[in-house]
Design a binder for this molecule. Structure first.
Ligand code: EPZ
Length: 419
């Protein structure tokens, strides 16, 4: 398993191109199953998760061509409506093929994704929405077996709490349902509007994406389209926090300020200078030590759970004490003990972590069990004295495109150690 060797203490200067958003690209790719025409997606990040979903789409019958960052998918015929355990268990976003397969073919058999390192992450809301649209759903030996031989029907769906996945999944399936579907208490993450834009370009009739009420008027068929994936707001936030931890100045090329939601204000409040420019976002940290602030993770536009771990690394060397409350996932503090191994002063009580800033972190061998937690260790390592070995780099390969290359170019001492 590869590791990253990082020698900390160097300020970051230069330009980092922000990739297309992983969490948008994965749902857009699933949308290709809704049509027999080609779907061309540009600005697609080349990530392990994208490759994994490509393998699944391929076995459903989607051919693809991936050149530079442009991916063309075409599912002329669906050759299999079954998504096997081996391809679904490694990545939850693969579960999103269920709705499109069901909508197009009237049946699907998709393995349940199971729990993961950050929490149980059930899919009950996804299944309830599909059932409300008339699907007959059975669970058998770890598989969801769904049937709607006469097609899906529009339905009124009110989510009991905000779920990005359930909102997207319902939207995907409802595009080809008969009649109108409404989703109340829909997630408002920018990736939802990105998916709606692409589906509308394919001929869907979706209104209100990006607000709490989404209306989808079902159509008989969808066609092909070309769509550019929006920039990755989590990658943007993570590199901005890296500057906060090390000092320096970076231009995050292609990034958009509004996508950061509450994270933008939080970064300014702790003492970073942020500016939206023509080509992206400029972030700068001058001399003074950062301040601590309290944050609570919330659905968009609140502070994103996907930046919580990185923010904890930032607070580890800020002045004062910060509380960080995680409200989205029940087990998303596994980076805390690893950061503590580097000298951070963190105590966790239930869903709240208290971080008391220390003057300096020290390099250590560390590892994390998920993607964003791994990035928090990279940020801590860039700021720490001495060498840090970040183990289990495959987590980072799932979600941060060309991480070490992007950081090396800005002066970081970071090397991949192959094993
Ligand atoms: C998406 O996950 C992202 N993943 C996550 O990013 C992100 O953390 C999350 O949204 C919140 O922003 C992808 O887009 C691939 P949810 P998702 O449904 O859709 C519970 C990363 O690091 N829930 O909004 O799975 C759930 O357990 C990943 O890139 C149910 O109880 O998140 C959680 O507590 C990690 N039943 C809460 O809702 C359901 O049927 C919100 O989850 C669905 C969700």
């Amino acid at each position: 398993m590869d590791k990253l060797a990082i020698i900390g203490g160097r300020a970051l200067y230069g330009e980092i191109p922000i990739s297309g958003a992983k969490n948008s690209a994965l749902k857009l790719m699933a949308a290709s199953l809704l049509t027999d025409a080609p779907l061309t997606l540009s600005n697609v990040p080349r990530l392990a998760d994208v490759d994994m979903l490509l393998r699944l789409l391929e076995q459903h019958g989607a051919a693809h061509a991936f050149e530079n960052s442009t991916l063309t998918l075409q599912a002329k015929d669906i050759v299999s409506t079954e998504a096997p355990y081996d391809l679904v268990r490694k990545m939850r976003a693969t579960f999103n093929v269920l709705g499109p397969l069901l909508a197009r073919e009237g049946k699907a058999k998709v393995s349940l994704p199971g729990g993961c390192a950050i929490g149980a992450r059930p899919v009950d809301l996804h299944l309830k929405a599909l059932a409300a649209m008339g699907a007959d759903i059975d669970l058998d030996e770890g598989y969801v077996i769904a049937q709607a031989p006469d097609g899906l029907k529009g339905a009124d769906i009110s989510l009991p709490f905000v779920s990005v996945g359930a909102t997207e999944h319902t939207m995907l399936a409802a595009t080809l349902a008969k009649g109108e579907t409404t989703i109340e208490n829909a997630a408002r993450e920018p990736e939802i509007a990105d998916l709606a834009d692409c589906l509308n370009a394919m001929g869907a009739q979706i209104e209100g994406a990006g607000t709490s009420t989404i209306r989808i008027d079902g159509v008989d068929r969808l066609g092909g389209a070309s769509h550019r994936v929006l920039p990755d707001r989590i990658e943007t936030g993570a590199y901005a926090m890296a500057v906060g931890a090390t000092g320096g100045e970076l231009t995050l090329k292609g990034a958009t300020a509004e996508l950061l939601g509450a994270a933008w204000a939080a970064l300014e409040e702790v003492g970073l200078y942020l500016e939206e420019t023509d080509g992206g976002v400029r972030v700068k940290k001058t001399g003074a030590r950062l301040k601590t602030i309290d944050i609570v993770t919330q659905p968009f536009p609140g502070f994103p759970t996907d930046l919580q771990a990185q923010f904890m690394a930032l607070m580890a060397t800020a002045e004062g004490a910060a509380t960080i409350k995680e409200t989205i996932f029940e087990n998303r503090f596994m980076h805390a003990p690893e950061l503590s191994r580097m000298g951070a002063n963190i105590s966790v009580d239930g869903q709240t972590a208290t971080v008391r800033g220390v003057a300096r972190l020290k390099g250590a061998p560390v590892m994390a069990t998920d993607l964003r937690a791994s990035m928090s260790l990279v940020i801590a390592a860039l700021a720490a004295e001495g060498q840090t070995m970040v183990n289990r780099v495959y987590h980072l390969d799932r979600g941060f495109e060309r991480l070490e290359e992007k950081l090396q170019r800005c002066g970081a001492l970071i090397e991949r150690v192959k094993e």
